[in-house]
Ligand binder design. Structure first.
Ligand code: DO4
Ligand code: MG
Length: 293
């Protein structure tokens, strides 16, 4: 069962989407209200949704006909890094100008007990499905990072799964790892959506297929696939470090790192279309615009 938000007559509507892609409107104002209500009733979010939609009719609209919004206005988005071998190798390439024999911080963090976790975004910097992600004007090597996103409650428990795009500047980070915040955080450098899959409906989060496509002038320019089975770390390992001595705001999203990196010669350009699909969650589509648009 997935939860979406869409624009309706100048307002927002919460809805549930079942595995047959039928859409049922929900009375709660947003995803967190659904979680709170389930907690108050000492039931699960899935049981509450099933009870709510039991006697209701699905919408006549298909999901493509709705103007989807970011499924949760996450107060903070954090991200884990170098959680897949592919990401470690890509960082090594950009940090060592291709001298892959050099041992780097990335090798160390890949094997370290403590994972890399960094602050990625706020609600105001994050766009939703169909939205425009923006390029930095001072970078010539920019890529999307397709990632599984964990939707967390204030205790750090995973209440849902979504898709995130951790837009990144490979040249800025490669120049100096201390530039990481600038390589990762700027206006519209993060996207989330199109849905949140309720955690209790995901049988095995380590068996999700991720596919990323980038289209330029209507033609497929880059394609990549991966599985969350390739993750080096357990999801709870990441959430445990995030909450340690921290104050977590409910609805925080933790991106779990990328396993798909475009070929080294590729950089995003204005007009590109990015599609990230994760099995059971949906496809997050975003359009790329130059800085200042
Ligand atoms: O080490 C820098 C960031 C890594 C990252 O964002 C990722 O692996 O997804
Ligand atoms: Mg990333």
């Amino acid at each position: 069962m997935r939860i979406i938000r869409y624009a309706k007559e100048g307002s927002t509507q919460l809805a549930a989407v079942n595995d047959q892609d039928q859409i049922f409107t929900l009375p709660q104002s947003d995803f967190l209200a659904l979680i709170h209500e389930a907690d108050a009733l000492e039931t699960t979010p899935l049981a509450l949704v099933l009870k709510t939609i039991d006697s209701s009719e699905p919408l006549a609209d298909q999901i493509e006909q709705l103007q989807l919004l970011v499924p949760i206005e996450a107060p903070e988005v954090w991200a884990a890094g170098v959680t897949y071998e592919r990401s470690r190798d890509a960082r090594n390439y950009e940090a060592t100008e291709g001298r892959l024999d050099a041992s780097t911080f990335y090798d160390k963090v890949y094997d370290a007990v403590r994972p890399e976790i960094f602050f990625k975004s706020t609600a105001a910097r994050t766009v939703g499905p169909g939205g425009e992600v923006q390029l930095r004007s001072d970078s010539v090597w920019q890529v999307p990072e397709p990632e599984l996103g964990l939707v967390l409650n204030a205790k750090g428990n995973i209440v849902g799964y979504t898709i995130g795009n951790d837009m990144s500047c490979r040249d800025i980070e490669g120049e100096n790892p201390l530039y990481l915040p600038q390589a990762k955080v700027w206006k519209r450098s993060c996207s989330l959506g199109p849905a949140i899959r309720l955690a209790e409906t995901v049988e095995d989060p380590y068996n999700l297929q991720i596919t990323s496509l980038i289209y330029r002038d209507g033609e497929k320019a880059v394609e990549g696939t991966a599985s969350t089975g390739q993750l080096k770390r357990k999801l709870e390992e990441l959430t445990e470090y995030l909450i340690r001595d921290n104050e977590l705001f409910e609805g925080t999203v933790l991106l779990t790192g990328t396993c798909i990196v475009p070929p080294n010669e590729f950089t995003l350009a204005h007009g590109d279309r990015i599609e990230i699909e994760i099995s059971g969650i949906g496809t997050l589509v975003n359009h790329v615009v130059s800085a200042g648009r």
